[in-house]
Design a protein around this ligand. Structure first.
Ligand SMILES: *Cc1c(COP(=O)(O)O)cnc(C)c1O
Length: 383
């Protein structure tokens, strides 16, 4: 059975609407968002759905996260607490701002930051907390925001895998922290190839992020540069396609939630699999925890049955990545001289032994779900 893939047209929602959007921009003659209308319109549309005062489009999710770290304004050598189970795009912006990533351990069932582990690492140089809503499951950002407020820190939410994830108290993931970051990369819920958005209610943080994304150029002030910045601007082509995709997002979420619910039902009571909590989940992937530590064997079994599943998600948790042994700038390791990332035993066990992820997609049918359930049950029933 062919599984729709986010790398192919059958697993994407790209259609006539996106073709029309791209054509509209090309025929207009204006492909740059400084003078165009599409990126500004996308910002209004996203801000409205998220109930945020500001949405700032940029060239990637990593760029959006970089803007958020710029907004948090660490001094060189300040620390940012984050999770070891995430895309490197969460961590690269910390290094880019000459800050130090401090890895906190995670909940062994959903892989999201454990607020107690974060609290234990807050020190005099801590400037921000970057939480990730891993695979679309809501991280405990209410508790993290309380911690951040108590210690005067900025809470950043990485929602690259969590479009329309719902938080327990109501509200969308991305609105509990001072800044929320979204990605429009090829493998996310919706895509324009690459693209990012940072949302915030804070006028000053929004101003810093806009300036940094446009070479520190306050366009209202003439050709004058108010701050250090780079060019992270989204193009009009990206924005127009993203607007068409954003209109389809509720349908994408509804379909993913429907089939994920079917798999949860089908796997209820199967031994040796801990199922994700469905509350608020956006189902970027469908994660399963195998407490007996045989996720790699289960992944091999599923892959042999043609099911797109992998163990661990990462080759190693980011606190074990080779990058921490390497130079960062030229031959310099500044500000990481003598740096040793914290051990995170729960994250390490997940990545090595217990975590299985199954690719998820809005175009899965009950037959896809049935095959996945069948093969997991078969693997568990083997002698
Ligand atoms: C994809 C992703 C990013 C980076 O986004 P890009 O758009 O690829 O730069 C960051 N964090 C997480 C959790 C992601 O999944």
């Amino acid at each position: 059975m062919k599984f729709p893939s986010m790398a192919e047209a059958d697993g994407r929602t790209l259609g006539d609407e996106e073709v029309a959007a791209a054509e509209r921009v090309i025929r207009s003659g204006m492909l740059n968002s400084v003078w165009g209308t599409e990126a500004r319109a996308l910002e209004r549309e996203i801000a409205r759905v998220y109930g945020s005062r500001h949405a700032i489009t940029c060239s990637s999710g990593t760029a959006a996260l970089h803007l958020s770290v710029v907004a948090a304004a660490p001094d060189p050598g300040d620390e940012v607490i984050t999770t070891p189970i995430t895309d490197f795009g969460t961590v690269a912006p910390i290094l880019a701002q000459n800050a130090v990533p401090v890895f906190a351990d995670v909940d062994p069932f959903d892989g999201n930051l454990d607020p107690d582990a974060v609290a234990a690492l807050i020190g005099p140089r801590t400037k921000a907390i970057m939480a990730v809503h891993l695979f679309g499951a809501p991280a405990r950002v209410g508790e993290l925001r309380a911690l951040a407020d108590e210690h005067g820190l900025t809470l950043i939410e990485d929602c690259a895998q969590a479009w329309l994830t719902e938080l327990p108290g109501g509200g969308l993931a991305g609105t509990a922290g001072q800044v929320g970051c979204l990605s429009l990369q090829q493998w996310k819920h919706i895509t324009c190839g690459d693209g990012g958005v940072a949302i915030t209610d804070d006028d000053e943080l929004a101003r810093r992020m806009r300036l940094f994304s446009d070479k520190g150029w306050d366009r209202a002030a003439g050709r004058s540069h108010a701050a250090f910045g780079v060019n992270y601007r989204m193009t009009e082509l990206q924005a127009a396609v993203a607007r068409a995709q954003f209109a389809k997002l509720p349908g994408v979420l509804a379909a993913r939630r429907r089939t994920a619910g079917q798999l949860l039902d089908a796997l209820k009571g199967v031994p040796g699999v801990c199922l994700p909590r469905p509350d608020g989940h956006a189902w970027w992937l469908f994660p399963i925890v195998c407490p007996d530590g045989d996720a790699p064997e289960l992944a091999t079994h599923l892959a042999a049955a043609g099911i797109p599943a992998r163990a661990g998600y990462l080759a190693e948790p980011l606190n074990r990545a080779p990058v921490w042994e390497a130079a960062i700038y030229g031959s310099s390791r500044y500000p990481l001289e003598g740096y040793r990332p914290n051990p995170c035993p729960r994250a390490e066990l997940m990545v090595d032994r217990t975590l299985l992820v199954i690719d998820w997609n809005e175009n899965y049918t009950p037959e896809h779900v049935e095959l996945i359930a069948q093969e997991i049950t078969k693997f568990r029933a083997r002698p």
